[in-house]
Design a binder for this molecule. Structure first.
Ligand code: PEP
Ligand code: MN
Length: 349
């Protein structure tokens, strides 16, 4: 249920309502709108009738049910879009179109530094790179682990780029938090509920990728775990789903962008690399993502894709990435988005 406060309700009125909500065994989640405050009552839906009686309290305008199963991720409690501010050069949401670029996995100092310098020069907002890699085969390269995190810190020190890296397991959370500005939850972990709960208190934004066979509703329900556990900074990511199609690695579901925008205030990114699996399809789909309303892209870039330890076929060379940044400029302008390292939302940060 949502308690909508009157426009002129006082702080005491608000505090009193919160007290009553908590006395009924619910958690009160206050959202501060431009004109009025609304309070989400989180807990067992069976107590709806009791919550309805809060309508009698001073300062309360009305009490209405939250219709969607994802209470905090949905638009009802928070209609205005959320902006996740990561650094002075990286904001995700609002007018900014964020570009996160880098290799699938951190492989060596030379590889990550060369990539970081090139993507920073081309205008990327953040550097991606997995230190802990979820691989289908146990015999494939699993990532450099702690050494990979050290190399990411080095790249950040030199370029100032925010770092996006994957968190696979809640037991290494403290270690990854120290090196990451955004914690990536991979497609294979979208429904790892103990991990999602742990990320509630991570104190860092979470980039939640859609599972390869997850519905849009399931993605939002997973986001809800992180939000309900206390972390408001969740960024969603469409990265392609499994279909009968074999010409591409996955089917990049760009329908998900307007469908998510209609349901949630959370920012939405697109991953055209895993979405297609083919480097030459990455730029067209990145541009399509920008045109259809995504808040940014996360894209795999490597200095020498032919030597890469994972996902070489879908990685852009450095010059191809720079070309893509240029090709996106007129589209960004046409759809009213800011591209580059110092755009409006970042400067406000
Ligand atoms: C990745 O970003 O390298 C990755 C493993 O992505 P996903 O979880 O979407 O497969
Ligand atoms: Mn990858």
């Amino acid at each position: 249920m949502i308690v909508v406060m009157r426009a002129g309700a006082s702080d005491q009125d608000l505090a009193h309502v919160i007290e009553k909500i908590e006395a009924l065994g619910y958690r009160a989640h206050v959202m501060y709108g431009v004109e009025r405050k609304v309070i989400g009552c989180l807990g067992d839906e069976r107590g709806k009738a009791q919550l309805q009686s809060l309508e009698l309290l001073r300062g309360v305008e009305n009490v209405v049910p939250i219709l969607s199963p994802y209470k905090l991720a949905g638009c009802q409690l928070k209609p205005e879009p959320s902006i996740v501010t990561v650094s002075s050069e990286c904001a995700i949401g609002g007018r900014s179109f964020a570009v996160i670029a880098g290799p699938c996995a951190v492989e060596s100092e030379e590889q990550i530094l060369q990539t970081a310098r090139a993507v920073a020069a081309a205008g990327a907002n953040a550097l991606r790179g997995g230190a802990f890699k979820p691989r289908s085969s146990t015999y494939s390269f699993q990532g450099l682990g702690e050494e990979g995190l050290r190399l990411l810190r080095l790249a950040k020190e030199e370029t100032g780029l925010a770092i996006v890296t994957e968190i696979m397991d809640r037991y290494v959370l403290d270690q990854v938090i120290e090196s990451a500005d955004i914690l990536q939850v991979g497609a294979r972990n979208m429904q790892n509920f103990p991990l999602l709960n742990a990320l509630g208190s991570a104190g860092k934004p979470v980039l939640l990728k859609r599972g390869m066979s997850a519905t849009i509703e399931e993605l939002l329900l997973s986001a809800e775990y992180i939000l309900a556990a206390g972390n408001p900074d969740v960024i969603l990511c469409e990265r392609g789903i499994r279909t009968f199609e074999t010409a591409t690695r996955n089917t990049l579901d760009l329908n998900a962008i307007p469908a998510l925008k209609a349901r949630t205030h959370l920012p939405v990114l697109v991953d055209p690399s895993h979405g297609t699996g083919v480097w030459s399809y990455v730029a067209p789909m990145a541009k399509a993502a920008l045109a259809c309303g995504a808040d940014g892209i996360i894209v795999e870039v490597h200095p020498r894709p032919e030597e890469v330890l994972s996902d070489g076929a879908q990685s852009l060379k450095l010059d191809k990435f720079a070309a893509l940044m240029n090709e996106m400029k007129p589209i960004a302008e046409a759809v009213g988005r800011n591209l580059g390292r110092r755009n409006a939302e970042c400067v406000r940060a």
